[in-house]
Design a protein around this ligand. Sequence first.
Ligand code: GAL
Length: 634
Amino acid sequence: MKRALGVCYYPEHWDEAQWAVDAAQMAQIGLTWVRIGEFAWSRLEPKPDKLDFGWLDRAIETLGSAGLKVVLGTPTATPPRWMLTKHPDMLAVDAQGKERGFGSRRHYDFSHSGYRAECARIVTLLAERYGKNPHVAAWQTDNEYACHDTVLSYSSAALGGFRDWLAQKYQSVDALNRAWGNVFWSMEYDDFNDIALPNLTVTEPNPAHVMAFRRFSSQMVVEFNKIQTDILHRHSAAPIAHNYMGMVTDFDHFDVGADLEIASWDAYPLGFLSDRLPATADHRIAFARQGDPDLQAFHHDLYRAVGRGRWWIMEQQPGPVNWAPWNPDPLLGMARLWAWEAFAHGAEAVCYFRWRQAPFAQEQMHAGLLRPDSAPAPAYAEAAMVASELCEATEVEIGPADVAIVFDYASAWAWQTQPQGRDFNYFHLILDTYKGLRRLGLNIDILPPDTADLSGYKMVLAPGLATIAAPLMAALQGFEGTALMGPRTNAKTAEFATPVPLPPALPGLKSVVARVESLPPGLVVALEQGGHFLRWREKLQGGKVVEMTEDGWPALVAADGIHYLAGWPDEIALDRILASLCRRSGITTDRLPEGLRKRSDGQRSYYFNYTTAPISHGAITVGSADLQIVANGL
Ligand code: GAL
């Protein structure tokens, strides 16, 4: 498949005379895609029902005539101010009961029926007008669902919706009381209309109540998105994407992705390292201008799964961003490396954010490919270079993977709801596991939790998967490869109770989790064969022991191929266990030096050097912030 580059562009930010100049320059450096429109509602509908689509007609025509393909965004992340006059109760409400205000973006509640109708109306107008436009070759719904903590809303719209959702799900309030265990602390309800949202309680609310609210809130995002995709699909054959985020688990992306043709995500490697990644101070400094060597790849693999094979980067960091605590300048070469790494993981397109840096408003400190005065910024030449390399390159294929990790959004909610240890974070556990596999030079697939067929893999891992759903359990029963579960896998029922018989209840495995403990920073449990458990350990009884802790408890148990790890391993323990399980599974590994990463596509291996110095590995040497493409077998 031919890969392509693109850019995000805001015609409404610039004089109309500038558009043709910009479009010609984009085409000239080899860009294919241009994404527009996603925040332009106040210019499309300046007053209620006073429409002005003329400028967008001309913008699309200008960009299209220059040879660019347009991704048209629906503008629903930024309702204009008049919308609030029309629907004063459409704002989301935070957990403290405070309404969120106008003056930035994402000021809406996913469950508000009046706002949903307004979105359906504007999307219908766009779809009718541009659905058959030859230049509109893809759509984007809204912009970054969940950004700025906008999924959970404690509004009256959410309350009404939640009660209806509960009534449908449980049918009777007695069934709900039983399912949630509301006999505890006399929390039983007589009527669905007595149930409140799980905020402002005196102490923690029932975790089953919280989990129900998390599922409901996720469903609101799915419904909100589907209103738009149903309309767009009726009028247009162009594929629809949404631009997801990094390290965001607030809604089930697999469920939203089911209604889209393409998954895309917004990659800001330096922002993420500065802002949200758990890392030591040394790691943050060592990779401050390059980004964490695994975080991008993890999301590439995750969104490839969400997009069922089709995925893009809709926004790629081109220089310093404006929103992280610190915003360093990427090393020269990284804007190219990041794009190539995405292609090596199967991205169909990588679009830089944004064409020209805005001289006004919130993001005036955020770099673009051009400076505000239109002079090229450093990433401009790198984008042009990637574009010309893409023309020459043999096509990149999506490489096969021997190993897969199950990723489950509901497990992220589960361990946020009842972490039991302050630093038990599902995303971090998965990322740690992923990093361990990447250090072994492996291609990795991500699987959704309802996966029913594991037969394509030699090894499957599902740490922290709170509940193993029936199809996956059935697949595990017959699985001939190696599985690594735990810690905390299958530890809760679907209703967030502790199952009896006790976890992990895995096929053939006779061990039970007799006791768990969380470990504060500095308290670790040593393993006999090296390394430690951090944050979390379980005391197992029964079953066949593979490894022990120094304090005399099973650390790793197994029954045939199914393994269960009784804690959160540090790097030393994880590396040893993964290497030994790979050997057992007949998986060839290639232990990579710190900061060198690899992805293979069957024909070639792509090596990426995330460090500030050249790295030699076997026969190859890769420069700092550079990449090497090597034919396999050389
Ligand atoms: C993204 C967002 C863009 C822009 C960008 C800045 O989260 O989708 O609109 O704000 O961040 O880095």
